[in-house]
Design a protein around this ligand. Structure first.
Ligand SMILES: Cc1cc2nc3c(=O)[nH]c(=O)nc-3n(C[C@H](O)[C@H](O)[C@H](O)COP(=O)(O)O)c2cc1C
Length: 212
């Protein structure tokens, strides 16, 4: 059977580092290969929110699955069997696969997405590999899921969201619902991550689906 193409995950310096950790864990646990890129601001937010010293250059599966959220009562996860491969690229590595449209992927997620990165994507700027990979996904008409996090939103933010959506991206704000039987923060994270992986047709039921 032909292997599914890898997915690209860009992690930026918006609040919600836990969404990125959980997303990466879920995609990899589903057996998908993932190419990840962290902006320097993302590294700072990881430290501030999770107390995690994240060195993208040395991030491996063991470290990723061992990340514990300060609020979580879930046991730490071991690296599951059948896990996909994780490749982490430097944020300015222009020779990395996701910098080119000739590198096949099944789509890209920017999670969480800062307003700065959102504006760069809207403006077609390619000053780091996250922006460039997003531009590639738009020009190649491949799925691009953008998970913005900011509140309140200015007219500039709304305008950039409109531009990026009109260019073909799915805007999927980090806006969890509360109707799926929430017993803690992990359930809110799973709500958002579940909606992201649905967009990529990655078959994971993270929350009880409405109507089932
Ligand atoms: C703890 C922390 C939380 C932040 N939260 C947000 C946020 O929710 N949304 C946002 O747009 N920027 C947020 N920022 C600011 C961005 O990190 C900053 O604008 C940065 O330049 C974004 O760069 P990047 O898009 O390359 O990651 C936060 C910064 C820190 C340190």
């Amino acid at each position: 059977m032909k292997a599914e193409p890898p997915l690209v995950v860009g992690v930026t310096g918006a609040s919600g580092a836990a969404y990125a950790v959980r997303l990466l864990q879920v995609l990899l646990a589903a057996g998908r290969d993932v190419h990840a890129v962290f902006s320097p601001a993302a590294v700072q937010v990881f430290r501030d929110e999770l107390g995690a010293e994240l060195a993208p250059a040395s991030l491996d599966l063991e470290t990723l699955f061992a990340v514990r959220f300060p609020w979580s009562e879930r046991p730490a996860e071991a690296v599951p069997a059948g896990v996909g491969a994780l490749t982490v690229h430097r944020h300015v590595d222009w020779s990395a696969g996701p910098a080119s449209g000739s590198f096949r992927t099944g789509g890209m997620v920017i999670c969480p997405c800062s307003m700065g990165t959102l504006a760069s994507v809207a403006g077609g700027l390619c000053s780091n590999l996250i922006h460039r990979a997003a531009a590639v996904h738009l020009k190649e008409r491949r799925p691009l899921i953008v998970v913005p996090r900011e509140t309140p939103l200015s007219a500039i933010h709304l305008g950039t969201m409109q531009t990026v959506a009109a260019a073909g991206a799915v805007l999927l704000p980090a806006m969890p619902g509360f109707y799926h039987g929430v017993s803690g923060v992990d359930d809110l994270i799973d709500f958002v991550v579940g909606r992201i992986v649905d967009q990529l047709s990655v078959d994971r039921d993270l929350v009880t689906r409405w109507g089932t």
